[in-house]
Design a protein around this ligand. Structure first.
Ligand SMILES: Nc1ncnc2c1ncn2[C@@H]1O[C@H](COP(=O)(O)OP(=O)(O)O)[C@@H](O)[C@H]1O
Ligand SMILES: [Mg+2]
Length: 247
């Protein structure tokens, strides 16, 4: 498989805090890579640096091109779309208007067909197409945030904790949809999650992040046996900072 994204020696600082230190990772086209780690480990900072939303030092190669000096907007144009944790949809706008925002760069014909595709993929939000987004439940808002990001048919989706604040049933639904998107498109996903089991189901590779560094990389299929779970968590994340095992 060809590499879509390669990150080399990425450092991110927030003031004096070193959030990310010498992170290397690569993502093959059409694959899903998950970053797993405790709160404050640096996962969001890695995604935001790739999206160009925070400054980072190091190389970010996307489709064989160094994009590390491009603006966030230019990266969106190349097909890199970030979905922040906490689903920052525009709650004053309707579901439809949120989708349209996500397709900002599209011509009206493509916009129409992408919109229809998103509504087919997320029937939960199709029901509320004219409603303001604040009226949606947490799970529906998450679907809308993902649907909006997918409007522009990105190449790389940077998905930050899609399960945050959702009940287990809804988490399962969001992940089901991600699996469907995976199966039906060539989209690559860099996923940040705390829900270990769900993550294993959708990912090809899992990178464990601790204190701003990647401390382990494993194939998701090698981590399936539940007997090894506790060991892995202990080894990579430390017993003091257990991540969510549920889901
Ligand atoms: N905007 C910011 N200003 C200052 N410190 C930040 C900022 N964002 C993140 N940090 C710090 O950087 C570290 C990594 O944060 P983050 O990337 O959000 O981790 P995660 O997503 O794994 O929870 C933490 O110590 C956090 O407090
Ligand atoms: Mg985060």
């Amino acid at each position: 498989m060809t590499e879509l994204l390669t990150v080399r020696k990425l450092d991110v600082r927030h003031g004096k805090t070193i959030a990310v230190e010498q992170v290397d990772l690569s993502l093959a086209q059409g694959s899903v890579l998950a970053l797993l780690g405790a709160n404050g480990a640096g996962k969001s900072s890695i995604l935001k640096a790739i999206a160009g939303l925070v400054d980072g030092q190091g190389e970010i190669i996307f489709e064989a091109r160094d994009i590390s000096r491009l603006s966030a907007r230019e990266r969106v144009r190349l097909g890199i779309v970030y979905v922040p944790e906490g689903r920052e949809i525009v709650t004053d706008l309707t579901v439809d208007e949120n989708l349209t925002l996500g397709g900002f760069f599209l011509d009206s014909r493509t916009l129409g067909s992408r919109r229809a595709k998103m509504l087919e993929l997320f029937p939960e939000i199709a029901k509320h197409i004219r409603a303001p987004a604040w009226m949606l439940s947490g799970g529906e808002q998450q679907m809308l945030a993902i649907g909006r990001a997918l409007m522009s048919a990105p190449r790389l989706l940077l998905l930050d904790e899609p399960s945050l604040g959702l009940a287990p049933l809804l988490i399962r639904r969001v992940f089901e949809r991600l699996m469907r998107i995976r199966a039906e498109s060539d989209l690559s996903i860099l996923l940040v999650e705390q829900s270990f089991r769900m993550t294993l189901r959708v990912s090809d590779t899992v990178c464990f992040v601790r204190n701003g560094q990647i401390v382990g990389v494993r194939k998701a299929s090698d981590l399936d046996a539940s007997s090894s779970l506790a060991e892995v968590l202990e080894a990579y994340l430390g017993a003091a900072q257990p991540i969510a095992m549920a889901g």
